[in-house]
Design a protein around this ligand. Structure first.
Ligand SMILES: [Mg+2]
Ligand SMILES: [Zn+2]
Length: 179
């Protein structure tokens, strides 16, 4: 079974100063492609798990989300990085679904679909719900950015951004190149 790095989307892969409801709102962090490429090279499965409650609330169509994800994948691929799968929860925050983070549903589904070893996997996110979902699934968790990490469930690491997170993961997994 392969280990994975599960990435939250907004605030991790792309700038989230405003809501991303259409492709023109999507701004890839300039350092994200290299970080993801390093995880690809280390043979981690790299998957996105993102809450997109705006669909359930009617602010965005599923069609727009697909266009946004097409843009994200294309920009990453042009820079040499690959996402192995993208999973989103389209349900409204109070719909009570089993996929919306802090529930671990999306991680568990990806793990089943791709035969992933969650115990050797990592969840990277910029909100408390990301840490909670990752922990509930049995992953190590990395909190990124200058938000407030959850108090009751501490992340395994708190770093600046996805670049630092990739570095932390590669070191933790003993995959840092010796050169
Ligand atoms: Mg986020
Ligand atoms: Zn859901």
């Amino acid at each position: 079974m392969r280990p994975a790095v599960f990435l939250d989307r907004d605030g991790v892969i792309n700038d989230h100063r405003r809501y991303v409801n259409e492709p023109d709102d999507f701004y890839l962090f300039p350092f994200a492609p290299e970080a993801i490429a390093r995880l690809n090279e280390a043979d981690f499965f790299v998957g996105v798990v993102t809450n997109q409650g705006g669909i359930g609330l009617g602010y965005m169509t599923e069609e727009s989300l697909r266009e946004i994800h097409k843009k994200m994948s294309a920009e990453l691929e042009a820079a040499g990085a690959r996402l192995d799968d993208i999973m989103y929860c389209p349900h409204a925050p109070k719909a009570g679904c089993r996929c919306r983070k802090p529930k671990p549903g999306m991680i568990e589904l990806l793990a089943r679909r791709h035969d992933l070893d969650v115990k050797r996997s990592y969840m990277v996110g910029d909100r408390d719900v990301d840490v909670l979902a990752g922990r509930a699934a049995g992953c190590k968790t990395i909190f990124v950015g200058d938000g407030t990490p959850p108090v009751r469930v501490k992340p395994d690491a708190h770093v600046r951004d996805i670049a630092a997170a990739a570095q932390w993961i590669l070191r933790d997994a003993g995959r840092t190149p010796s050169s």
